[in-house]
Design a protein around this ligand. Structure first.
Ligand code: FMN
Length: 185
């Protein structure tokens, strides 16, 4: 797929299954992250690739954090939460790892990590791999951050769910871009 079709047509795929992206296809997704605009080429990011047993452990961590926030889970709700990471066979956790730099303030480094995430889901779409960027309460939860081994200065930018698309790929909506771009002055 050419670049413009990928950029203009990318859609999320919430329904994903095995197999996971592998080999060159997975490498292409990883390499795309590194072409995010990045002030000072700081590469202010790192990624955790979670599959198999890791998905089970992530589900248990989701439960621990939910209970840590004082939520009372029924057995059914607990089961659903343990199963949440299994909505895809692979999750890439995108982590912003900002460092001190007088020219690139923290917000710019966090934005760069977001751009890396966007590049990855676009590279997935371009190759026919399903992807959806999710956050929710777990992305901002101290217990999750600790459980995933984040430093205090790091933040979770998102959980990229990746896999083989189940069903049909929806068409991307085509908004009236004129509403969003105005000439100035
Ligand atoms: C930072 C961020 C966090 C998101 N978190 C969630 C989420 O937790 N759950 C969800 O269903 N969609 C989430 N989304 C939205 C989806 O990734 C997706 O963009 C949205 O469903 C629209 O679909 P589209 O990408 O095909 O236009 C998030 C998007 C961003 C950028």
């Amino acid at each position: 797929m050419d670049a413009l079709n990928a950029l203009q047509g990318r859609v999320s795929s919430p329904r994903l299954t095995e197999p996971t992206p592998q080999g060159d296809i997975l490498d292409n997704i990883k390499k795309a992250a590194f072409r995010a605009a990045d002030h000072g080429r700081m590469r202010p990011w790192r990624f955790l690739v979670i599959e198999g047993q890791g998905l089970i452990e992530l589900g248990l961590l989701f439960v621990k954090s939910s209970e840590g926030r004082g939520e009372v889970l029924t057995d059914k709700a607990r089961e659903r939460m343990v199963a949440r990471p299994h909505r895809a066979p692979m999750i890439v956790v995108v982590i912003a790892s900002p460092r001190e730099n007088p020219k690139a303030p923290e917000i710019e480094q966090v934005i760069s990590a977001g751009a890396a995430a966007q590049n990855m889901i676009t590279a997935a779409y371009a190759q026919g791999v399903g992807a959806i960027w999710r956050t929710g309460a777990p992305a901002y939860d101290d217990l999750i951050m600790k459980g995933l081994g984040l430093e205090n200065s790091e933040r979770i930018i998102g959980f990229l769910y990746l896999g083989t698309i189940k069903g049909k790929v929806p068409e991307a909506p085509q908004p009236d871009i004129g509403e969003y771009f105005q000439p100035w002055p």
